[in-house]
Design a protein around this ligand. Structure first.
Ligand code: PLP
Length: 392
């Protein structure tokens, strides 16, 4: 690289990434091929529009890539192009979710205050900012009703969700999480949606790779719309995909472009295509299963050492530790671990009385360390280290 200053900084980050134990639940390490596609000449190209219908010339090769990404996405999740459409243009997960709401819950419809209703999991209970948190544009533009988990079990309470849905009659219900460790019962949520005539959207950003690898239940048999980032357990570039049932696909495509975005990032789309192919391999299936085994082993071992795990365990790649139960705030725990090169993030736990800036817990995920080849025995060592650092 000619720019030595940037080269040096990139090297520093490479060194940092190699020198830490990365337990951030939303991160991963991509392959060289994904990096190659991201750094390809596709970054030079403008391609507003969709394959076969572009606003710029010179897109015959871009069309190939975008059509390929759609084919691969359908194949990976066992879907037919008769029923499902794929949009791989969202720049990332947040604009993907925003595009779906814009497409399907029109602004200015429905009372009260001329705004329609959407229902989702609150951020403080494990949902995402873009599931209608008040500081997010999604929370500012639409009226939301939020559900959480049961105080006792710390699990989703489908009876409560049903009651809420029957009372509020939302137009759309979104399921998905950033900090909930258990399986979501998509079938039950589908039933609730049918009962109140709501569109069922699943944001599988966190667990897409697990679904692809058969390590977490698939939402596809039940949902109308599925959004996902491609950079978490799916181990691809920072980007997103929207899957929509045919009846919704035109509205979704229009909301992405020209509703929300201009030219798609074709280099990202090429890199998504790469990661989707990687995720079809038998090795990826093993990888996905190992992620969950590792998360379970790490949670179990921490539990043995006296740390309270929210809901008592995990079915996925992540879990929450209630550090405050042992008098340690999440922020302090994060800092103590980072000083010893173990990277986690502070996180609120359900019914947290503390502020999100210094909450009661930490979130731990195993997707990145599993990419590095770690197994259950390594998790035991990590648990031992975490326990030692936090017990000082
Ligand atoms: C469930 C969920 N949805 C959406 C997003 C947003 O993705 P991005 O950060 O790419 O905008 C995230 C990212 O953390 C997420 O966890």
């Amino acid at each position: 690289m000619k720019d030595k200053e940037i080269e040096r900084i990139i090297k520093l980050e490479e060194k940092r990434q190699k020198g830490v134990v990365n337990l951030i639940a939303s991160e991963n390490y991509v392959s060289r091929d994904v990096l190659r596609a991201l750094g390809s000449v596709f970054t030079n190209k403008y391609a507003e529009g969709y394959p076969g219908a572009r606003y710029y010339g010179g897109n015959e090769i871009v069309d190939k890539i975008e059509n390929l990404v759609k084919t691969r996405a359908l194949k990976l999740f066992g879907l037919s192009s008769k029923n499902w459409n794929v949009n791989a243009q969202p720049y990332s997960g947040s604009p993907a979710n925003l595009a779906v709401y814009l497409a399907l819950v029109p602004l200015g419809q429905n009372p009260p205050a001329g705004r329609a209703r959407i229902m989702g999991m609150s951020l403080s209970m494990g949902g995402h900012l873009t599931h209608g948190h008040k500081v997010s544009v999604t929370g500012k533009l639409w009226n939301w009703i939020h559900f959480g988990v049961n105080k006792k079990t710390e699990l989703l309470d489908y009876g409560e969700i049903r009651k809420m849905a029957r009372r509020e009659k939302p137009k759309l219900i979104v399921a998905g999480f950033t900090a909930y460790s258990r399986v979501i019962d998509f079938k039950k949520l589908r039933k609730i949606c049918d009962e109140v005539k709501a569109i069922f959207m699943v944001d599988m950003s966190h667990f897409a790779g697990l679904v692809a690898g058969g390590a977490y239940p698939s939402p596809f048999p039940y949902a109308d719309i599925i959004t996902t980032t491609t950079h978490k357990t799916l181990r691809g570039p920072r980007a997103a995909i929207i899957f929509s049932k045919k009846e919704f696909s035109q509205a979704v495509d229009k909301a992405v472009f020209p509703g929300l975005q201009g030219g798609p990032h074709v280099n990202q789309i090429a890199a998504i295509a790469v990661c989707l192919k990687e995720a079809m391999s038998p090795a990826f299936k093993k990888y996905a299963k190992q992620i969950v085994k590792n998360a379970r082993a790490l949670a179990r071992e921490l539990q043995k050492r006296g740390w309270r795990i929210i809901s008592g365990g995990t079915d996925s790649h992540l879990f929450l530790v209630d550090t405050w139960a042992r008098g340690l705030s999440g922020k302090t725990a994060q800092e103590l671990l980072e000083a010893e090169k173990i990277i986690v993030n502070k996180n609120t736990i359900p019914f947290d009385n503390r502020s999100p800036f210094d909450p009661s817990g930490i979130r731990i995920g195993t997707a990145a360390v599993t990419t590095q080849g770690m197994k259950e025995k390594d998790m035991l060592k990590i648990a031992e280290r975490i326990d030692k650092i936090l017990s000082k």
